[in-house]
Write a protein that binds this ligand. Structure first.
Ligand code: NAD
Length: 388
């Protein structure tokens, strides 16, 4: 039996534990939880954990009393760092949700805390370890493009309204969508280019689509515009979507460009230590078939490009007659990345293998996101702090 203790037993981490980790190893048991919302957390416990899981008031007490083999941190973004710093004191394998920090102060404290620890960490970066990304990386490493000179990475998010409907709308907690979303993409871009991002110039559009002056706390069921609004469950039903009643995406409580609000879309021009450069764009108001997430990496010899939604990879030889297209089968969480992370975490717990998504990778990605955020806010090129 693997005894896991969880700080913040919310939707994401309960789903990772109940549906992915447990699929790989049925012997995993949630034996300790730190979460102020005991009722909500209990409702997410699997049947096999419901009787034995004990709620504690701090991570320290849980570690002292629950005889843990593993720890997981699944709180909202602003609490990842404080809990991870606590966890660093123990050498218990840790699964840490992203972004690992939301400010420079948090990120540098986290880096310091993990300098002297033996606590192994699996950061929840499913894209880096997803089979399609690893396939692309292997082709690039084998010389498919020659020296990688450029990367274009796109993220057209068809479920982007969640960043205005759910807790993610709380800017204090997320600090915007570079940290929330691009943390995955900057990480896998560095992985593919085999080089860290060292400089960023970014732009963002705020308050052009979402946010607005509808009353705070308004939900569709109480809104007089619900018969015509394109975001209401009534309207979405016509498109075949089952959308629940939700907070208004045009509400004043989404924030404002002055007080802080998630961006409708944002883009970054990134420079790598290798001398390569690239572009990244994320768009949050697109729907349906406008979805796209993936990258095109090129060098003089060729191009490797892939898209996770299409589940497809293309290798183009610039100076030969024949090109190749590879199509994947199957459909798993985060394009197979969640399963890979679960395997990695179990390997780390059992001493069979190492993490492919280390705390240093998590922190390096946060440094790139913070540079992008600062650049978008100031209009200046910003150097990216490097771990170590
Ligand atoms: N890796 C990924 O691909 C991925 C996907 C989705 C979400 N996430 C991340 O997962 C995190 C959680 O998202 P979610 O949708 O599960 O949120 P959630 O609100 O469902 O879960 C957060 C949990 O933390 C608990 N909590 C609040 N205050 C706490 C405290 N002081 N101590 C301990 N627990 C506390 C809440 O009660 C809740 O149960 C976010 O940071 C998000 O960015 C990552």
């Amino acid at each position: 039996m693997i005894r896991i203790g969880v700080a913040g037993f919310g939707r994401r981490i309960s789903s990772v534990i109940n549906h992915v980790l447990r699929d790989v190893d049925p012997d995993i048991r949630v034996v300790g939880i730190v979460d102020p919302d005991e009722k909500g957390a209990r409702s997410r416990l699997a049947e096999c954990d419901a009787k034995d899981a004990v709620f504690y008031n701090s991570l320290d007490t849980m570690v002292r009393k629950a005889k843990l083999d593993a720890l997981a941190i699944g709180t909202r973004c602003n609490l990842h760092t404080p809990y991870a710093i606590k966890a660093a004191q123990y050498d218990i394998p840790l699964y840490l949700e992203k972004p690992v920090a939301i400010s420079m102060k948090q990120a540098t404290s986290l880096e310091r805390a993990f300098r002297k620890t033996h606590c192994p960490v699996v950061v929840s970066f499913p894209l880096r370890v997803s089979p399609l990304c690893v396939l692309a990386k292997n082709y690039i490493a084998d010389g498919a493009v020659g020296k990688p000179i450029h990367i274009t990475a796109l993220n057209y998010v068809p479920y982007g309204t969640c960043y205005w409907i759910e807790g993610y709308r709380n800017y204090e907690v997320t600090q915007g969508l570079f940290l929330q979303k691009a943390t995955h993409d900057f990480d896998y871009m560095s992985y593919l280019m085999n080089s860290p991002i060292v400089r960023v110039a970014a732009m963002a559009s705020w308050g052009q689509v979402f946010g607005g002056n509808m009353p705070a706390g308004l939900t569709c069921s109480k809104c007089r515009k619900r018969h015509t609004c394109l975001e209401s469950p009534e309207y979405r039903k016509r498109l075949g979507e089952k959308t629940a009643d939700h907070l208004c995406v045009f509400g004043e409580d989404c924030g404002s460009p002055e007080t802080g609000i998630n961006e409708d879309c944002s883009s970054a021009l990134v420079e790598f230590a290798s001398g390569a450069h690239g572009i990244y764009t994320q768009v949050f108001y697109v729907r349906g078939d406008a979805n796209a997430r993936g990258a095109s990496v090129s060098g003089y010899m060729g191009t490797v490009k892939f898209d996770w939604y299409a589940n497809e990879l293309h290798r183009i030889r610039h100076h030969e007659l024949f090109n190749a297209t590879e199509k994947a089968t199957g459909d798993t969480g985060h394009f197979g990345g969640d399963l890979e992370l679960a395997e990695d975490f179990l390997n780390v717990i059992k001493g069979r293998g190492k993490s492919r998504t280390t705390i240093q990778m998590g922190i390096q990605s946060v440094y790139a996101c913070l540079a992008a955020k600062e650049s978008a806010e100031t209009g200046k090129f910003v150097k990216v702090r490097q771990v170590g």
